[in-house]
Write a protein that binds this ligand. Structure first.
Ligand code: CA
Ligand code: CA
Length: 237
């Protein structure tokens, strides 16, 4: 959280262990996976892996909050996403509030009927939705009414220049105000400096993500970090 407290959630980031190139981050292969259609298989694999990890952390007593999984707009066509979720959650005993689906603004563009149906079903299931990279897509604010997300994640491009850029500060302040008025929690992405943290805390942005908090790390190291943060919070309060 923004007050330097406990970990309230984490984001699952898929990496590709390539025989020659080593560990390849998602930005370097997900766009190609979307173009080729492979994203459907990769997305299903990721959801199953996240559910398996949630089950393991629960059995080990890791206070992880929730695990967010990035879901491509393409997965909002057809029925497979819901089937994969059903199966993986049942198999690993995962509750809806232990997962969170991160989607971008583009989900409700284009073929919206199928997407809208899936969104409704996810709401029925009680599955939290977060809008990822908020402010960079097609910013029709009308979709917030249909999507009813539990979180908006302010894109890192707004956070990066907070300390130098007056307009950036105005925009971020406005997003936080909008989200709070709609009862939506707000996450700032890409937080890297104390100055950014101070400003965000000052305007009531309650959740922070970025290198200042933690770099992406494997599940084992993440679990240690989460436990240490929880203990530190208990000590302070
Ligand atoms: Ca994300
Ligand atoms: Ca993001």
């Amino acid at each position: 959280g923004a007050n330097g407290g406990a970990v309230l959630g984490c984001e699952a980031l898929i990496h590709w262990r390539h025989p020659a190139r080593g560990l390849v981050p998602p930005a370097q292969f997900i766009p190609q996976a979307e173009q080729s259609g492979l994203i459907a298989d990769i997305g299903a694999w990721t959801l199953r892996a996240a559910c398996r990890q949630i089950a393991r952390w629960k059995s080990e007593g890791v206070p992880f909050g929730s695990v967010a999984v990035n879901v491509s707009a393409l997965e909002f066509r057809g029925r497979r996403l819901l089937e994969t979720l059903d199966t993986a959650m049942a198999e690993h005993g995962v509750q809806p509030h232990e997962l969170e689906l991160e989607i971008t603004e583009s989900v409700l563009m284009g073929d919206t009927e199928s997407a809208q149906r899936i969104v409704s079903r996810l709401h029925e299931l009680g599955m939290p939705l977060a809008v990822d990279d908020f402010g960079t897509g097609y910013s029709s604010l009308a979709y917030l009414k249909h999507l009813r997300p539990s979180k908006l994640k302010i894109d890192r491009s707004f956070v990066r220049d907070l300390e130098e850029d007056v307009e950036g500060r105005v925009i971020v302040r406005a997003i936080v105000g909008l989200a709070h008025a709609l009862g939506i929690r707000i996450v700032a992405e890409g937080v890297e400096t104390e100055g950014q943290r101070r400003f965000l805390r000052g305007i009531g942005c309650e959740l922070l993500q970025g290198y200042l908090i933690s770099r992406p790390q494997p599940a084992g190291a993440a679990a240690e970090f989460i436990r240490a943060s929880a203990e530190a919070t208990v000590e302070v309060s």
